[in-house]
Each structure stands twice: as C-alpha cells, then as structure tokens.
Ligand binder design. Structure first.
Ligand code: HEM
Length: 271
C-alpha cells in the first residue's frame, strides 16, 4: 500500500466506520435503560387495577373503589419526589430513547440489520420488529411530549397533572380524535412496544454472543416470551383500567388525599 493511500481520509461515513460499536450501543440502550424502565413503568400504570385488589384495606378510609386511584397517586408522588428527576429523565430516558430511535430507523432503512442477528430469526418477527419500531417512535414522541411536556396537539392529547395523576391519565386515554381513540391507539402501541422489547431481548442474546446454540436460543426464547406476556398483561390492565375509570370520581378521591396531607402537614395553631 502506498503512503498516500494509507493516509487518505476514509470515504465511508462515521456510521459505517463505527458500525459495530454503534450497533452494540443500540442493543444495549434497548435493554437498559429503556427496557428496564418499561418494567416498573407498566407495573406502576397497572396499579390502577392491582391497587384496587391489594390495597383496598390500606385506603379504606377514602371510601370503596378508591384504592386503585390512591395507589397510582402514591406511586406518582414517589417518582416526582425523586432528587434531580429532570437529569434522570434527560440522561437515563430521553437521550437513550432518541439514540435508540434514530439509529433504529437508520439500521432498518439501510437493511444491514439483515446480515447479523436477524439472520437467525423467523421472517415475520424480523418484519414486525421494524413495524413496531416505527410505530414506537411515533407513540413515544406523542406520549412523552403530551404527558411530560404538556403538548396537547390541539386538545386531542389531554396533558398529565401529577397532583391529579389518575384522573388526568384517564382523560388522556378517553380522549383523541373521537372518544376512546387514544385508548385504542395506546392498546395497539403498548402491545407493539412490548413485542419490540421482548423480541429485541431475544436478539440481544445473539448480538452479545450469549445464546450461540439452537438450544440456548430456544430456552432464552421461552424466558423472553414469558417477560413479554407478563408486560402485555400489565399494559392491557393499565389501558383498560384508565379507559374505564370515572375521571370525576377519581378527582374527588385525589382531592380528598391532598386535603388529608394538608391537615397532617399543617403547623399546629398556637394555644
Ligand atoms: C399502558 C400504557 C401507558 C400509560 C398509561 C403510561 C402513562 C404514563 C404517564 C402518566 C407518564 C407521565 C409520568 C410522570 O410525569 O410522572 C408517562 C411517561 C412516560 N412513558 Fe408511559 N405510559 C404507558 C406506556 C408506555 C410505554 C409502552 C412506554 C415505552 C417505553 C412508555 C414510556 C414512557 C416514557 C419514556 C415516559 C417519560 C417519563 C419521564 O420522563 O419521567 N410509556 N407514561
């Protein structure tokens, strides 16, 4: 090789030169933090249903049928009291999601994904991984921008109010272009994203060289399917729970909780 050729600037793009590193980072961000976040997120959201069953005694003084709303409000208060929440959100959620989404679209469009881990899996899962990825980008952008940044899209995505957590989430899901449009949109997108995560977890085993034999891939497939089904159950419970919640009644429960906290934290009147 001539000295000129050795020092000639590479004509390939940054993405092509660092393809393997970027691909691994893409796989990593999908598993953690994004996938890891999804587990407590869907567990918290489904508390609108399981809270009603498991916390009925704990919140009995708020009245019958209040425990789901109270449990969800309690979980949201815990999250909003975390120190430096905005830094956690930016660096642990929004930037990794943006990276995963942008690189995901690039890999899907360049077709190079075909040659590596996807060579091992069934065609329909390969196709649906891409379809659910595109849908996920749209859903997550609308979801985060409306519930976290307060964009209402002309009223079709009612925003979230952390002090009235369950009632505002119920209004969000019961709204849309027509009543309950968002509930259907959420149901489809949440199930698509759960598939995307569970199938991505399976292909990550190949990407990281952890599941090399056919038997190992089959065993890991059973674990991933189990995780996917548990998350799907949590996601469906959350969507159904908020879509069927009476938002006016939920707001009364939340206001009752706030006035009880105010009484408990009020300084005692001087004697
Ligand atoms: C079952 C349907 C879902 C419901 C009811 C729901 C509900 C919510 C709510 C209420 C918030 C605002 C939280 C807050 O400000 O404290 C939120 C934020 C968020 N959700 Fe969901 N969510 C659902 C599904 C999903 C899915 C499938 C994902 C996929 C990863 C996801 C990712 C996020 C992210 C990244 C945020 C921003 C969190 C933050 O910045 O603090 N959500 N969601």
């Amino acid at each position: 090789m001539s000295a000129t050729a050795a020092h000639a600037p590479s004509k390939s793009s940054f993405l092509e030169r660092h393809y393997h590193l970027l691909r691994r980072l893409h796989s990593l961000t999908g598993v953690a933090p994004i996938g890891v976040f999804l587990i407590p997120h869907l567990t918290t959201n489904s508390s609108i249903v399981w809270g009603e069953v498991f916390n009925a005694k704990k919140y009995a003084e708020l009245g019958a049928g209040s425990a789901g709303v109270a449990t969800f409000q309690h979980e949201v208060n815990f999250i909003h009291d975390l120190p430096a929440l905005i830094f956690i959100e930016i660096f642990v959620l929004w930037l990794p999601i943006a990276y995963h989404a942008i690189l995901g679209v690039y890999f899907a469009r360049s077709g190079r994904a075909n040659t590596e881990r996807y060579a091992y899996q069934a065609n329909w899962r390969y196709t649906f991984q891409r379809v659910s990825g595109y849908l996920g980008v749209l859903f997550l952008f609308m979801h985060i921008s409306s519930l976290r940044w307060g964009w209402t899209y002309g009223g079709i995505m009612p925003s979230f109010d952390a002090d009235n957590a369950a009632s505002s989430t119920a209004l969000h899901l019961q709204g849309g272009f027509f009543p309950y449009f968002n509930a259907v949109f959420y149901l489809v997108c949440v199930l698509a994203l759960v598939f995307h995560f569970a199938n991505g977890l399976w292909t990550a085993g190949i990407t990281w060289g952890l599941t090399i034999s056919k038997q190992a891939q089959q065993r890991w497939g059973v674990v991933c399917a189990g995780i996917g089904m548990a998350l799907a159950a949590a996601g469906v419970s959350a969507v159904v729970g908020f879509s069927t919640l009476d938002a006016t009644k939920a707001e009364e429960i939340e206001n009752k909780m706030q006035s009880e906290v105010a009484v408990l934290t009020e300084p005692a009147a001087p004697q």
